[in-house]
Design a protein around this ligand. Structure first.
Ligand code: ADP
Ligand code: GLC
Length: 482
């Protein structure tokens, strides 16, 4: 089987720069694809963190003028990943996150920052590097959406193109009058091109012009073809249903391994579950909660945004706390939600605790010490935290949406009888009912322990998804050769 060369294009990658699950996927999928004989190089914007991770990178190409300044491609390895960084100081040498200035708002030139990424990827796809030419360009989310578009409009031989939707809510919309400044041809301004309701949408570009589209769970692949879940793209996605597929995410089971995790107070596995209690106790202490092993410890590890539905937790706080449970929140995001949870912690010392910010070790400690993880998302393309929870024996209590529906087996009577339940699903908006069911199951320790064993037995690794991506790449190459 010949090696497939994939150039992945992503705006974040774990462990170098991360705001959410996209980084986890971009960092883990290349490693999982190696046994499938797929060699991935990932192109990233040359943010300070990326350049710092590549001190010995070699310049392999120069763009004399890339949207207002010179740029170069640096090739190097970091964290086991083969990387191409787009070093363009006028676009990327800035403090702050990948998309925003340190004080909050999006960078005003984001259209150019991420168009540059797409342009560079299309140039590599077109053969601008002497010793590397990919078979596939794999664009992740809107930030990479112009890569397939430039490859399409450039004419000439090009690699196969795949766009993966991690989140349809982020569409990369910019004013239509940027079209020529973005070096897009006039014909791109059409319903089959980059135009979306009078604006340019980078995501639309990827969805309209890629050979294949994937998203990160089968249920989300179905939801986004409906008016309710399509966020304006359902028509396009229905028209392209023949090339759209849902492939579930996995997690890196080496990084997320309770038997070896150095962040934990005590490592454990399915045969040494008693040690898990040490993590719960440490977590209760960390959040200022009563160190009561018998209290049901519910938690959240999440961006605090509308998507994640955590306002429902605040709205139902009183009846949920009346169940006698404890609550530990790790999150960062909307100020209103942070303030709401901070006020809840103040009003209920010993029962509610919060940590605001982004804390990778604490995320691991929570998965190891919580009894159940609450994920009341309004929509969830895949969701990774419930997969981490399963692996660490924390039972996910999730809204029935997207990848949450695909990865958690609800503790209904049939699943309990069959011994397959791994968590709780509740209908949209019914978080309180989910919490009540969790509290009822907690009062039946044998059932809880059995569900926990089922959870820890789930295959949440990248093995199966990686095989599906590899097959998709090979099918696409074969289809284009035919
Ligand atoms: P999304 O990408 O929509 O935020 P996912 O569940 O796919 O949701 O991925 C979230 C990732 O970010 C997971 O790896 C999770 O552990 C991590 N995460 C979310 N919030 C925090 C936080 N406050 N601190 C540390 N890790 C977090
Ligand atoms: C997005 C989605 C999340 C998904 C992640 C990785 O951030 O919100 O559901 O797990 O991308 O694909």
């Amino acid at each position: 089987m010949s090696t497939v060369r994939v150039l992945a294009i992503a705006s974040e990658i774990f462990p170098i720069i991360k705001t959410g699950g996209l980084a986890d996927v971009a960092g883990a999928l290349p490693l999982a694809l190696e046994p499938e004989n797929v060699a991935t190089v990932t192109m990233l914007p040359g943010y300070p963190a990326v350049l710092a991770a590549l001190p010995a990178a070699e310049p392999v190409h120069r763009f004399p003028a890339m949207f207002g300044g010179p740029a170069r491609l640096l090739r190097g390895r970091a964290a086991g990943l083969d990387l191409l960084a787009l070093d363009a100081p006028h676009l990327f040498a800035r403090p702050g996150g990948p998309y925003q200035s340190p004080d909050g708002p999006d960078w005003p030139d984001n259209a150019f920052r991420f168009a540059a990424l797409g342009l560079a990827a299309a140039a590599v796809g077109g053969g601008c590097l002497r010793d590397y030419r990919p078979d596939i360009l794999h664009a992740h989310d809107w930030q990479a959406g112009l890569a397939p578009a430039y490859a399409h409009y450039n004419g000439g031989p090009r690699p196969g193109t795949v766009t993966t939707i991690h989140n349809l809510a982020f569409q990369g919309q910019f004013p239509g009058d940027l079209l020529s400044l973005l070096q897009l041809p006039p014909q791109a301004w059409s319903i089959d091109g980059v135009e979306f309701h009078g604006a340019i949408s980078f995501l639309k570009a990827g969805l309209a012009l890629s050979d294949r589209i994937t998203t990160v769970s089968p249920t989300y692949a179905a939801e986004i073809r409906t008016p309710e879940g399509g966020m304006g793209f359902d028509g396009l996605l229905r028209a392209r249903a023949g090339v759209l597929r849902g492939i579930l995410n996995g997690i890196d089971t080496k990084i997320w391994n309770p038997a070896t995790d150095i962040a934990l107070a005590a490592t454990f596995d399915a045969r040494r579950m008693a040690r898990r209690a040490v993590n719960k106790q440490a977590l209760q202490a960390r959040f200022g909660l009563a160190t009561d092993p018998g209290a049901l410890l519910l938690g959240v590890v999440s961006r605090l945004t509308w998507q994640k539905g955590l306002d429902q937790l605040l709205d139902n706080l009183a009846p949920i706390l009346a169940l006698g449970v404890q609550l530990a929140i790790l999150g960062t995001g909307d100020r209103d939600l942070e303030q709401g949870f901070a006020a809840a912690a103040e009003a209920h010392p010993g029962q509610v605790g919060c940590a605001f910010g982004y804390d990778e070790s604490l995320a691991h400690q929570m998965q190891a010490g919580l009894d159940a993880l609450l994920v009341p998302s309004r929509f969830e393309p895949c969701g990774l935290t419930q997969l981490c929870a399963l692996r660490y024996g924390t039972l996910p209590v999730v809204a029935r949406a997207g990848g949450l529906a695909d990865t958690v087996i609800d503790a209904n009577e049939a699943a309990l009888a069959a011994g397959t339940a791994t968590g709780i699903q509740f209908a949209q908006g019914m978080l309180l009912m989910g919490a009540e069911r969790a509290a009822a199951l907690w009062r039946q320790p044998d059932i809880w322990a059995a569900m926990r064993r089922n959870a820890m037995r789930c295959d949440v690794s990248w093995q199966r998804p990686a095989a599906q991506y590899a097959a998709l790449y090979r099918d696409l190459i074969a289809a284009r050769a035919a």
